[in-house]
Design a protein around this ligand. Structure first.
Ligand SMILES: [Zn+2]
Length: 239
């Protein structure tokens, strides 16, 4: 062997030895820490299990298939957006079943509304019933998650953020998230409220949303203020 050949042979031998040593070290690591490996697997599985449970819980709360606002007769036209929404969102976020009663305290979407607004709506609902109109809540209080979902949906439905803003407010600005707005139906009952709501301090806020009411206590004496053309004209949406 020439000197360079000897050098290469020694280098190769050292490399092989180093590789063998590394292999043994790896085996030793694994052998010494079987519980650590198992724990790593367990840790990875646990969040998934918790997530699955949460989905099941929420589905249960929502009675299996929550009727999200916008899936009713006004689908696609409501400020609540269109479509059924993901099953992750449930009653706890303010989703409501069809024909939700304004008197149903078991529904967070109703019960989490501002107490004065809800009181006024209930008084108006009794008067409406005497006139043969039965108000139901299409949407009331909404969680921020729910509102964010509706906004995402609206952007997809209307094709742009600007157009979506005419129907769905951002979670930070939504009067629904604050519990200060309620969407009522069916159409004829909402029309009844549009006509008689001022006596209860209930006013339509937007021309393009005949179902959306907010509390304006002064309306009982001075009438409702003129509605904005749509939410983009509402100064609260630009604060
Ligand atoms: Zn609304």
């Amino acid at each position: 062997m020439t000197r360079p050949q000897r050098f290469i042979a020694v280098a190769l031998a050292l490399l092989v030895l180093a590789a063998l040593a590394a292999d043994r070290a790896r085996e030793t690591d694994l052998a010494a820490t079987p519980s650590a490996a198992a724990a790593a697997v367990r840790d990875a599985a646990e969040p998934a299990a918790r997530l699955a449970k949460r989905v099941v819980d929420r589905t249960d709360e929502a009675g299996g298939a929550p009727a999200m606002p916008g899936s009713g007769p006004w689908a696609g036209a409501g400020d609540a957006g269109a479509g059924d929404g993901p099953r992750m969102l449930g009653l706890a976020d303010g989703a409501l079943p069809d024909d939700a009663s304004v008197f149903d305290q078991s529904l967070p979407g109703v019960a989490n509304l501002d107490a004065e607004l809800l009181g006024a709506v209930r008084r108006a609902a009794q008067a409406a019933a005497a006139d043969g109109e039965h108000l139901v809540v299409d949407s009331g209080w909404r969680s921020r998650d729910y509102q964010a979902h509706l906004l995402t949906e609206a952007v997809a439905t209307y094709g742009s953020a600007d157009e979506a803003a005419r129907w769905v407010a951002a979670p930070d600005r939504s009067e629904h998230v604050r519990g200060h707005a309620i969407d009522l139906g069916p159409k004829s009952a909402a029309a009844w409220l549009g006509e008689h709501g001022a006596a209860y301090g209930l006013c339509r806020t937007y021309d393009n949303e005949p179902w959306h009411f907010e509390l304006r206590p002064a309306a009982a004496t001075s009438g409702c203020p003129a509605p904005y053309a749509d939410p983009t004209h509402d100064p609260r949406m630009h604060q």
